[in-house]
Design a protein around this ligand. Structure first.
Ligand SMILES: [Zn+2]
Length: 167
């Protein structure tokens, strides 16, 4: 069993580097330290990761979007700040008059459920399969991805990886 950090991808058990077998994910001490080191250090740390990460508050509103999240969504961090997760990620259900989190689909939304779980319990979620219909200039695409969450103070860090369009 190999354990790697879900955030920086470092091997958590360097001695077991050559072992074959399933991979489990956690968080390494240095990532955890960065996440708890205060806003400036944390934002720099998140920008240094090569994965999209949104820092969100209790209602999945964006507090900070890292460099890759801005690239993926085509927005600046300032533009994403304050948007609900579904709006930031261009989820089609966020376009409902009630908004992100209020549609019947939102009850089974893995992104929102992972954020809520981590916010409420402090427990991380690791590589939870999610899918979303995203709408960009009137073109709807179904995408699949994995979400990992980690609580940092009064916010939740939401990481997205393995994004693939559904054929
Ligand atoms: Zn790490």
């Amino acid at each position: 069993m190999i354990r790697i950090c879900a955030w920086c991808k470092a091997n958590l058990d360097p001695k077991q580097k050559d072992q074959e077998g399933p991979i489990t994910h956690g968080i390494c001490d240095s990532c955890l330290e960065m996440m708890l080191a205060g806003p400036k250090t944390m934002n720099d740390f998140l920008d240094s990761l090569d994965l999209p990460v949104l820092m969100v508050g209790s209602n999945a509103e964006v507090v900070f979007a890292n460099r890759v999240a801005c690239e993926v969504t085509g927005n600046t961090s300032a533009e994403l700040k304050g948007k609900l997760g579904g709006d930031a990620l261009q989820c089609i259900h966020a376009r409902n008059p009630q908004g992100c989190g209020k549609h019947v689909h939102c009850k089974s939304c893995a992104v929102r459920n992972s954020v809520n779980h981590t916010y409420a319990t402090g427990e991380p979620c690791v590589r939870v399969p999610a899918h979303m219909d995203v709408i960009n200039t009137d073109v709807t695409t179904e995408i699949r991805f994995l979400v990992s969450t980690e609580k940092a103070g009064e916010t939740v860090l939401l990481q997205i990886e393995d994004i693939a369009a559904v054929e």
